[in-house]
Every structure is written in structure tokens, then in C-alpha cells.
Design a protein around this ligand. Structure first.
Ligand SMILES: C[S@@+](CC[C@H](N)C(=O)[O-])C[C@H]1O[C@@H](n2cnc3c(N)ncnc32)[C@H](O)[C@@H]1O
Length: 932
């Protein structure tokens, strides 16, 4: 269930007669508990409560119903019950059906309300459904309710009006919804004079069966499009004439309204009943956009980017500086005035703005600063000088683009109410301005200069070849000479394998003439490149949230030299962080934030999180494309280790059509005796065998034993199948191997032992799952192998330092690392190790192996499951890290950023000479100007 569905279920529960016995189960059902779970609780099998009428669900909630007037005592009893603590209940809840009290035990936060108002507090209990929430939603679920109601209305209207669901009418439908939302907001904020006038007019004037609802609404919309002087001749009915002139593009054009069924009409009235005054345009906008998107409707409310996360982009981009200027101004009226003037000419531009949440937050934060200036200057009632049209966006989808504009309008009104009072706010609000500063289009095709023209008098706008596509939309001109432009946002990320032809085309026209390697770039790279190009035409600083893959592995040399070539540098960045949503069932995606500028900077600021989870920032002289405080360097493949570590090879490649390897069943079917088996069959480890403990064997025949082996018919048959598979291969090299069908490609096994590292490993594991196998085992090519090497090599691979290096320099596939011996192992900077160092590291590796042994037969997958990793194994890794990091710097590193800083410093030194010789030049076509 999503948050909206839970709200509906809780509302339904609260509206039904209270049933003392049934309530706890009905409550748990509303929070997404399955019937089987409830059945077991009912039977008492899993109910751990020690109170009469109590239901205790482990790790969740202890509920008790009680006699009238006993709620306070019952809550106390729940709190004091030893069972509550023993079962690790997160919440306690007591109710008598008239009132209700609850407490979240970890925070001590409480709720006390009338029972009938239970649904008002559903946000408080959302963690019961595994949904973590942000404060805004928890305390004030109006945005979720509004989304839920509109969602139902939208779906019902499309059922009734099939033609409105077509591509041709999509815009009309979206525009209609935007108008409705505006009206709901306006009727609850006195903009429509009186309260609830829009909804009550529809209620009174339309038939209950919905037949004329569309006509009533059409008439109201028509009224809102007629200026007051023109009303007399407009022939409006009296009940519509009282509505003000709104227009501003919102009510112009067709006022066509879809037809309503009885159900649609009642959904509309239910939506109108909500108090829309306090909707939060940043939260609401993001949630509501899913209403118009069939694919996303099921996840309503999950798409909201939290305000703190948006501020991680906006603060370092420009808000921190404005606040610092405010601080420095103190009460000095001139300095305050200068700051106000400066802000009036700041443009914020989000070229993937969705429903405008970055723009809304930027606007609200700037209004807060301006209000403080006005307070200090005793000009509290001054009109705002921050033009709403300075907040601009491009959004490819129609509905979010509509909503973005609306969200900004609502934000402006709410700020006016807050800083200038409701009367003034209402008096200046209508009619809305006509210009639409949110463009619906493809940001990678549009010329950004036509959305945000050049600002400086010194910058001449030349007919530009970089921005290929002419913009059909009207250019929005306004005086902003010498103003500043800040580009921000959270553009879409799409790895090269997931891009469709249209995405590739978008990237092609931006990159093809600059580099041969553009096909490997993530879609988000297009926004960085366009921002950098834009920066060469007018003064701008840009910062985007992005997948961290553009700052890792192969994308680094493909993208960043092109950005740096435009004169831009990374001026601030946030290293990998979880970008969680409003209410996320999962932990969210891992992103980075990268700010670029071509204006000279003395210091750059790098934000990161310490190992203990504490956010920190550091001023540094450089930030490189890996987001490491180091000069630009590209980590290049090395064919041999750059340090004294042992060489790492691929495991054995078979190219055998699957016939050299055998499942236990296949081996049994071959019916060979133990002597033959001992000679020609070995244990085989591909990645599944290594990580998940599966069993597989392989045929392993030395060249000198081929004749003997071929006398065994079942072996001979397998070898023949290998030959056939190789011969029919499309790969020429594989075909050449058909002459040696008994053998792997370049067969190799160890004499004593082999250190094994899987080629792909989930980033969710805190450590790379390196292991050691007996020398007789055959390691498949889904693993890397270090044969007969000292065990301290394993200590290096198992370390956090190595994990961080691999995560940074190797390729990632979604949330998996793709380990590389040439890029990750051979390049890994290791200080010169003394014999003593090697001895202690060997001991550390042994301790890790011993710790694993104590959990036999647990597999690597079991042992390195982040949720259940055994304590002694974690401790052994901790010791390994402690030992290794002391070898590097004499103490533990504070966080991964510091680890990388050290590793890059060492790498730069290790490779200084070859880099100078041009060895490390990235695969970039020389940047050239396009033909005029
Ligand atoms: C990750 S969302 C971010 C939206 C919003 N800032 C937020 O946090 O919810 C990316 C947005 O970019 C839009 N988008 C995708 N491709 C686009 C393109 N080529 N041009 C403009 N917008 C695009 C998507 O529709 C989506 O609204």
C-alpha cells in the first residue's frame, strides 16, 4: 500500500462504528498488514500483549482498547508493560472509541485526538507500514490527502471521457486539473471571497447524478476568463458572476470540461472539502504529478524529493552566499538594499524542473532573506522585488510543467500572506501574470539562451551553433542586465544500456562532434554539457543532482575533459549520498551533487558524510572529476601492478557451450568411477558457486592426458560437444579453440591456494567478498584469481580502502561493482610494505577467514548480507581496516573522501611520469568548433 491508500483505509476505519475487540486488527489492516498476519495475531500465536484487550505486534505496535475515560491510564500501562520493550514495539496506542492517545517510543512524540479524527494523524503511524516520512508529511498530511482525492477524480474522469485519455486531449485534461487545483486553493484562501465558494457552487448548481457538472464548471471557468469591465456584456449567470477574473493563461483558451458521472462529481466535492490553504507547493506538486502518469500512479507520493536534499544543491549554489551577505550587512541599510537589489536580478533555472520543487524552494528561501532585509530596514510591508518570472524551468512532460507554474503561483501567494499579510496578498494576487516561464519541451534540444537570455551587458549573444535547435516558443524578455543565473535541478539519469533511441539522439547532437565515446555516457551528462556551454555565453553557475556513475570509472575520462575544456571547474560537490524520497520503502538511490562554474574560485567546497554518518564539509584547493580533493587525474588501465602486489588474472575462460562444466547431477549421469573422477574432474568456481555456495564441477584434462581421457565415452562425448560449440561460434578466437576442445582457454590452477575475487559484487555489501580456495579448484572467468600469492594480498582486497577505490575507478552496473584487475587492482595505490606490515596483514586475512569458518556452512552471500553480517566477521574486517589504514596514515581515515584523497595523492605520484608522456590522455576527440 502506498501512503495515499493507507490514508484512505484509516479514514474509512475512523468513519465506521468503533468495535472494541476488532479495532486493533482493523487498525493494523489499514497499515498494510496481511490477512495471514492478522489471523495469527487474532489466534494469539503472535500476540505478545500482557494487557486485557491488548494486541502487541513484535517490532511494531502495542495497542489496547479500553473502557470509556480510561485512555490515559491504558497508555501508561502500555508504556510500562515489560512486553512493550521486550517486543521492541515502536508505538503504543490506546483508545476507548471516543478519544485516542499514542506515542512513538523512540522519539517520545505523542498524539492525542478525538477518535473520529484518527485519519488526521495517519502520517504519524506511517512507519508501521515500513514507510519512513519527513516531518512535513508526518505532521500535516494534507498533501497526501489532496493527491489521493485528485487521483481518484482523475481516474474516474478518464473512465467517463475516453477521448480525454488520448494523446491529443492530454494537455486539455492536464490543464483542466491545474485549473481545478487552483480553484480549490483559491476558495480556501479567500481569493474567491468567502470560503469554499467554488465547491459549494458546484454542489448547489449541479445535478446529483453529475449530468450538468461539466456545464457548471465551464461557466465558472468562463467567468474567471472575463475581466470585470467586460462582465456586463458577458451574460454570466449571477452565481458565476461573483467569481473574480483570474486568467493569466490559466483560464484562457478552451474552457471545455470533461463530463462527470455521479461518482466523479462526488470525488470532486470530496476533494473540494479539504482545506487546501496549507498545501505545500513543493511537496504537493511533486506528488500530484504522478496523478497524470499511469505508470506512476501506484507509487503516489513516493516521488517527492525532500527539502533538505534540495537545499544540498541550492545552499552551496547561491543561497549560502546570500545568507552570508545578509549576515555581513547586519543592520547597515545600504548593504541590505544592495543585497535586495542583487536578489531582484537573480534567475534560477531548472532545465528538468518536474513540478518545480527546486524553483519553489529557491523562491521561498529568497523571499525569507528578503523579508529579513525588509524587517531590518523597517520596510516590512514592501512589495517583493523578487520577480516570480525569474524562476524558470524546462520540463518535458505536460502535466508537471502545468503544475510547476501553479506551484510557483501558490508559493508566491503563500509568501505574500506570510510576509505581508493576507489582505495585501489577496489584493495583489489577481489577475495572474500572462507569461509562462515554465517551458514544456526537451531541455536537451532547446536553446537555453532562449529560455534564459544572456544577462550581462558585456556578453554579446551570437548566433550560436552549440544550441542546435531553434526554439519555437516565445522568448521571454525582461531586463536583467548584469544579473546572475543559477542553474540547478535533478535531471533524469539513464545509463547507456537503458537509453532509448530518442535519448541517444539527444546525446548525439550534443556530444558527437566532440567525442567518439559519447555512447557510453549517462543521459544526465547532456545537462552538464549544456550547462557548461551555456556558461560560456553568459555568467552562470550550475549544480545538478546526478547518478554517481558520471564521476566513476569509464565515464570520467569521457565526460569531464569536455566540461573542463569549456573553462569550467567543479566548484563544489557532495560525494555519494542516498537521495531519499518523501516516503520511501527503500533507501533511495545513491547520487552525487556537482556544481560547476567558469568563474575563478579560490576555494572549492566538498561535502561528504563521515563513517559515523555525520555530514561534514571541507574547503579544498581542487575537486577532481572523481569528486576527490585532488588535481585532475584520470585513472588508466595498467597491464601490470604499479606496486608490489601480486598479479591478478582472469579465472579460466571456457567458451565451451557449457559442456566442460557439470552440475552434480550431470556428473552422476556420466557414471565414471572414482579413479577417473579424481584424474579428470575438478571442483569449479564461477561467481554463483563462490558467492552462493552452489556446487559445480568441470572436466580438466592436461594435454598429456588427452588420449587417456578420450577412452572414457562420457568424457569423450562432452569434449565432442565442446568442439562443436566452438566450431559454430561466431567469435573467431573461440573457433580457433576448437582444435583443443579438452581444454579451457588458457588453463591455470594454483599449486597451493588461490585468492578469488568475483567480477561483479553488490555495492550493498560493505566489503568486497574476496576468498581463498584450495589450489586444486578451477576458478571460472566470472572471478579474478591470484595464484599462490601471499595472503596479505587478500587483506588489501578485503579492505574498505580497496572497496572505495574500486567503487570510484571501476565501472558500475546499477548497484553492482564490476571489478577490474587492470583498472582496479593494478592501479591500487599501496605504500611500500615492510615484512612486519605483511605479517600483520596476513594475520588479518586469516582472522577474516577464521571468522567466516565459525559460521560454516553459511555462504559468502549469507555472511556479507548487510542486515545480518555476523558480528565477529564485521569485527575481523574492522581490525583489518584499522591495521591497513594505520599503515597508510598512522590512524583511521575519517571517511571515504579522506581515503580517496590519500589514494589519489599516491596514484598521482605513482603515475606522474607516464601521465606527462601523454599516456593517460582520455579518449576525447580534440574539441573543435562546429562549422558555421
Ligand atoms: C528526477 S525528475 C526531477 C524533477 C523534480 N525536480 C523532482 O525532484 O521531483 C527529472 C525530471 O526531468 C524531466 N525530464 C526528463 N527528460 C527531460 C528532457 N529531455 N527535458 C526536460 N525535462 C526532462 C522528467 O519528466 C522529470 O520531471
Amino acid at each position: 500500500m502506498n501512503a495515499v491508500e493507507i490514508e484512505t483505509a484509516v479514514s474509512t476505519l475512523a468513519s465506521q462504528p468503533f468495535d472494541t475487540t476488532e479495532f486493533p486488527f482493523a487498525f493494523l489492516a489499514a497499515f498494510d498488514n496481511k490477512e495471514t498476519t492478522l489471523k495469527r495475531l487474532r489466534k494469539g500465536e503472535t500476540n505478545g500483549s500482557d494487557l486485557v484487550g491488548g494486541v502487541l505486534q513484535r517490532n511494531n505496535i502495542h495497542i489496547a482498547t479500553c473502557a470509556s475515560g480510561q485512555v490515559g491510564e491504558t497508555l501508561r500501562a502500555l508504556r510500562l508493560s515489560p512486553k512493550t520493550a521486550a517486543a521492541k514495539a515502536k508505538f503504543i496506542l490506546a483508545t476507548d472509541g471516543e478519544t485516542l492517545e499514542a506515542e512513538e517510543l523512540a522519539t517520545g512524540e505523542t498524539v492525542a485526538s478525538e477518535y473520529k479524527d484518527l485519519a488526521q494523524h495517519f502520517g504519524f503511524f506511517l512507519p508501521l507500514a515500513g514507510i519512513s516520512t519527513i516531518a512535513e508529511i508526518k505532521n500535516d498530511p494534507i498533501d497526501i490527502k489532496a493527491t489521493g482525492r485528485l487521483n481518484k477524480l482523475y481516474v474516474e474522469l478518464l473512465k467517463e471521457n475516453l477521448e480525454w485519455a488520448t494523446e491529443a486531449r492530454r494537455h486539455d485534461m492536464n490543464h483542466f486539473m491545474a485549473r481545478l487545483i487552483f480553484c480549490f486553493f483559491a476558495e480556501d484562501t479567500d481569493i474567491f471571497r468567502g470560503s469554499g465558494t467554488f465547491t459549494s457552487t458546484i454542489d448547489q448548481m449541479s445535478e446529483r447524478d453529475g449530468t450538468n457538472t461539466h456545464q457548471v464548471i465551464e461557466t465558472l471557468f468562463r467567468a474567471m476568463n472575463i475581466d470585470i469591465p467586460d462582465r456586463a456584456s458577458a451574460n454570466l449567470p449571477g452565481w458565476a458572476d461573483g467569481f473574480p477574473y483570474v486568467n493569466g493563461g490559466l483560464f484562457s483558451g478552451s474552457t471545455n470540461v470533461p463530463r462527470f458521472s455521479r461518482i466523479a462529481r462526488s470525488y470532486l466535492l470530496r476533494a473540494g472539502e479539504l482545506n487546501w490553504r496549507d498545501i505545500n507547493p513543493d511537496i504537493f506538486g511533486s506528488m500530484i504529478q504522478a496523478v497524470a502518469d499511469e505508470g506512476e500512479r501506484g507509487a503516489l507520493g513516493m516521488h517527492y524529493t525532500s527539502v533538505p536534499n534540495i537545499l544540498k544543491v541550492l545552499n552551496p549554489l547561491f543561497l549560502d552566499e546570500l545568507r552570508a551577505q545578509l549576515e555581513a550587512a547586519g543592520d547597515n541599510p545600504r548593504m541590505l538594499l544592495n543585497l535586495r537589489k542583487r536578489m531582484a536580478r537573480i534567475r534560477v533555472f531548472d532545465p528538468a524542473c518536474g513540478s518545480g520543487n527546486f524553483l519553489v524552494i529557491a523562491y521561498k528561501e529568497m523571499r525569507a532573506i528578503e523579508a529579513e532585509i525588509n524587517r531590518r530596514r523597517d520596510e516590512e510591508l514592501n512589495a517583493s522585488e523578487i520577480p516570480i518570472e525569474n524562476f524558470r524551468g524546462i520540463e518535458v512532460r505536460d502535466f508537471p510543467a502545468e503544475i510547476a507554474r501553479l506551484a510557483l503561483v501558490i508559493a508566491q501567494f503563500q509568501c505574500d500572506v506570510r510576509y505581508r499579510g493576507p489582505l495585501v496578498a489577496r489584493s495583489v494576487f489577481l489577475p495572474l501574470k500572462k507569461e509562462n516561464w515554465i517551458i514544456c519541451g526537451n531541455a536537451l534540444r532547446l536553446d537555453w539562451l532562449s529560455v534564459c537570455p544572456s544577462t550581462g551587458t558585456t556578453v554579446r549573444l551570437v548566433a550560436d551553433d552549440l544550441f542546435a535547435t531553434p526554439l519555437e516558443q516565445t522568448e521571454i524578455d525582461f531586463a536583467n542586465e548584469g544579473g546572475e543565473t543559477y542553474i540547478c535541478g535533478n535531471p533524469p539519469y539513464l545509463g547507456s544500456t537503458w537509453q532509448q533511441a530518442a535519448h541517444k539522439d539527444d546525446l548525439q547532437q550534443i556530444f558527437e562532434w566532440r567525442t567518439d565515446t559519447w555512447k557510453a555516457l549517462d543521459y544526465v551528462a547532456g545537462w552538464f554539457m549544456k550547462a557548461a556551454d551555456y556558461g560560456t555565453k553568459t555568467s552562470a553557475v550550475s549544480a545538478f543532482v546526478s547518478t554517481n556513475s558520471i564521476c566513476q570509472g569509464q565515464q570520467v575520462p569521457f565526460l569531464w575533459p569536455l566540461i573542463f575544456d569549456t573553462g569550467h571547474e567543479i566548484v563544489f560537490a557532495h560525494t555519494s549520498l542516498k537521495w531519499s524520497n518523501l516516503a520511501s520503502h527503500n533507501a533511495g538511490v545513491t547520487v552525487v551533487i556537482v556544481g560547476i562554474s567558469n568563474q575563478a574560485q579560490r576555494i572549492r567546497r566538498l561535502y561528504s558524510v563521515t563513517d559515523s554518518g555525520e555530514p561534514i564539509s571541507k574547503d579544498v584547493p581542487f575537486i577532481n572529476a572523481y569528486l576527490v580533493p585532488s588535481q585532475n587525474v584520470v585513472v588508466e588501465k595498467a597491464m601490470r601492478p604499479l606496486t608490489e602486489v601480486s598479479p591478478m588474472d582472469f579465472g579460466n575462460k571456457a567458451d565451451d557451450g557449457g559442456h566442460l562444466t557439470l552440475t552434480p547431477y550431470q556428473l552422476d549421469e556420466m557414471r565414471i568411477d572414482w579413479g577417473i573422477r579424481a584424474r579428470f574432474i575438478k571442483q569449479f568456481y564461477g561467481s554463483r558457486e563462490f558467492i552462493n555456495g552452489e556446487t559445480r564441477y568441470c572436466i580438466w584434462i592436461g594435454d598429456e592426458d588427452v588420449d587417456d581421457a578420450m577412452t572414457v565415452p562420457t568424457i569423450a562425448r562432452q569434449i565432442e560437444l565442446v568442439r562443436q560449440a566452438r566450431e559454430s561460434s561466431r567469435d573467431a578466437y573461440a573457433r580457433s579453440l576448437a582444435r583443443r576442445p579438452h581444454s579451457f582457454k588458457t588453463p591455470r590452477i594454483a599449486t597451493n591456494h588461490v585468492i578469488v575475487t568475483p567480477r561483479v559484487s553488490s555495492e550493498n555489501r560493505a566489503f568486497l567478498p574476496v576468498g581463498v580456495m584450495d589450489g586444486s579448484a578451477v576458478i571460472g572467468d566470472r572471478n579474478f584469481a591470484i595464484y599462490d600469492a601471499p595472503l596479505w594480498n587478500m587483506a588489501l582486497i578485503a579492505s574498505r580502502l580497496h572497496w572505495v577505490w574500486i567503487a570510484t575507478v571501476c565501472v558500475r552496473m546499477r548497484t553492482d561493482f564490476s571489478y577490474s584487475n587492470t583498472l582496479g587492482w593494478n592501479t591500487f595505490p599501496v605504500p611500500a610494505l615492510t615484512e612486519q606490515n605483511k605479517a600483520v596483514l596476513t594475520q588479518c586475512a586469516e582472522n577474516i577467514l577464521f571468522a567466516r569458518e565459525t559460521h560454516y556452512p553459511a555462504t559468502i552471500a549469507d555472511l556479507y548480507d548487510p542486515e545480518t553480517m555476523p558480528e565477529n566477521l564485521r569485527h575481523a574486517h574492522e581490525q583489518n581496516d584499522e591495521t591497513l589504514e594505520r599503515i597508510y596514515i598512522g590512524r583511521r581515515f575519517r571517511n571515504d573522501t579522506e581515503r580517496l584523497e590519500k589514494l589519489f595523492e599516491m596514484y598521482t605520484r605513482m603515475t606522474a611520469a607516464p601521465q606527462l608522456e601523454g599516456k593517460a590522455q582520455p579518449a576525447v576527440k580534440k574539441t573543435r568548433k562546429r562549422a558555421q
